[in-house]
Design a protein around this ligand. Structure first.
Ligand SMILES: [Zn+2]
Length: 323
């Protein structure tokens, strides 16, 4: 494809995706309005208290056990702790499945890593970790058309080890039907600054066959952030987080990353005091709205749903590269 044609295609795609933009769904809005700022701060405080969550550390296994117990207390029963080994230690991905009522075998993967490096990682990536916990609390009793997998990856800081393991041992061998991967990494903001914008990330790398769908999903994500939070959005390319193994396997991805990038990541000062918890509260609201849009939350009170969008079939192109 020539550069001009590519640009033309991108313009067409952006135009068409805007022309089918989502509108505010009051059922989703009611759920979003129950996001709890105090839950978020309490969970960040607990996450921070475990310390530096490096591979093989007791802090990492204590955090793992805490995440599992939080899902159990929310009433989730399908919780897998997927063990994998690297650098002489065993680490675990935590995979929670919520089954959809119309497409039980098609998944929206919503993920965040919980391992950290050099510090407690309260922003990177305690922020994504507690966002998923709060989202899972609010979606627990919501019927969705698609199944959801909440996945807390480990080994991200060591080079996307856990997400590569999951894609190589589960997604590709099972030919898992994944409609979208929604990755959340470092969305805690910076204390003392105005944090009013979130970066929505889309796939720009090979294989390119899934890139148009990634951009469309990312436009939907940005629209939902606008509808269900007070944040502005910017689009940028996805890189360096757990969506990469899925991208390489031909899956459609999107992601969130803070616009004001903290200077504290990967250091002992990545702590709650250096974050903006109200920003994370707004990111959570927008993310819950987007998750309901992606998984198609079904209101028991509203009129019957319109015909679901045609189920996507994606080609798996296993071109995995370890970092
Ligand atoms: Zn991270």
């Amino acid at each position: 494809m020539t550069r001009a044609l590519l640009l033309l295609s991108l313009c067409f795609l952006m135009f068409t995706s805007h022309s089918t933009a989502q509108t505010y769904n009051p059922f989703y809005g009611d759920i979003v309005n129950t996001v709890s700022a105090s839950n978020i701060v309490a969970d960040l405080t607990t996450f921070e208290s475990f310390g530096v969550k490096t591979n093989g550390s007791s802090a990492l296994s204590n955090t793992q056990n805490w995440i599992v117990s939080r899902y159990q207390s929310l009433g989730y029963t399908t919780i897998e702790e997927q063990a994998f080994s690297f650098s002489g230690n065993t680490s675990h991905n935590i995979i929670i499945t919520k089954t959809g009522s119309v497409y039980p075998n098609t998944f929206i993967v919503i993920d965040a890593h919980y391992d950290t490096i050099n510090g407690p990682g309260t922003n990177d990536n305690g922020s994504g970790t507690v966002l998923l916990l709060e989202m899972a609390r609010l979606l627990k009793n919501v019927d969705t058309e698609y199944s959801i997998k909440f996945i807390h990856f480990s080994g991200e800081e060591a080079g996307l080890i856990g997400s590569n393991y999951y894609v190589n041992t589960t997604v590709i061998p099972q030919n898992m039907d994944i409609a979208l991967v929604f990755n959340i990494d470092q969305v805690g903001g910076v204390s003392g600054t105005i944090n009013d914008t979130i970066i929505c990330e889309y796939d720009t790398t090979a294989p390119i066959e899934n890139n148009a769908e990634s951009l469309a999903a990312t436009n939907t994500l940005a629209t939902c952030i606008g509808l269900y939070s007070n944040l502005g959005t910017e689009l940028s390319n996805a890189y360096g987080s757990d969506y990469v193994p899925f991208e390489n396997a031909g899956k459609v991805i999107t992601g969130l990353y803070e616009k004001n990038e903290t200077p504290h990541s990967h250091s002992p000062t990545d702590v709650l005091a250096n974050m903006d918890p109200n920003y994370l509260y707004e990111v959570t609201k927008g993310s819950v709205g987007a998750a309901l849009e992606f998984a198609i939350g079904i209101s028991t009170l509203s009129a019957p749903e319109t015909v679901p969008t045609e189920k996507k079939t994606l080609n798996s192109t296993p071109i995995l590269q370890m970092d």
